[in-house]
Design a binder for this molecule. Sequence first.
Ligand SMILES: [Mg+2]
Length: 262
Amino acid sequence: MEETLYHEDSSLAARKRLDPVGGEWCLFLDVDGTLLEIAPTPDAVVVDDSLKDLLVHTRHALNGAVALVSGRGIAVLDQLFAPHRFAAAGLHGLERRDASGALHVAPVDIDPAFEAAREALAGVAEALPGVLLEDKTVSVALHCRATPQHEPVLRRLVQAIADGLGPRYQVLEGKRVLEVKPAIATKADAIRAFLLEPPFIGRRPVFVGDDITDLDGFAAVEGLGGLSVAVGDRVDAQLRVASPRDVRALLSDLSEGRLAAP
Ligand SMILES: [Mg+2]
């Protein structure tokens, strides 16, 4: 069953749903569309100081148990949130920096077939005006935020290219973005790995996300007795907030102890 928080139902009763039972929270946060409003291009997002301060404050309140879980690379996340560095999973789980700062990278061999697919995806981006190619080395994303009318044809072309790569690769479909990535690691894998380590271990996980690419993470935290929180109306979760602004309200409540265990 799904409940709505903040935008329609800001009652204490709904918020109480977030009270941890028999433990403390740990928090996993998608970035684009969750902490940040989606911008016309990936580079155009803005991370204001108040959000950075709030994340630092929340991390302190949760004894360090906050991690970003994004499709962006960790190096890009560090640029966005500078001067702060958070525990993070990047590239949809292909890389992970734990709370001690150690980096864990999934062993991905880039084979000639993927190089050919990279070329083909670049050709697709060239052929469709307004489609932007984001080459993350181990994966390639095609964005159509500026020209969403291209999304159906883009989906068809990208899927056809990915099909040629076989089961070691998958297509992740997000909001106005399609990404071909190795299937070896996911956001769910990253969350499960964090939960085996301090300061996350023993805490009840909350994962906040906004997109299809977050569904496996939702399932992971739900399966571990945690909570999934959807932002906006693209995907379903156990709880829902309307917008990144409401996510900030949620973080604020967590960091101020308003959602602490009774
Ligand atoms: Mg997102």
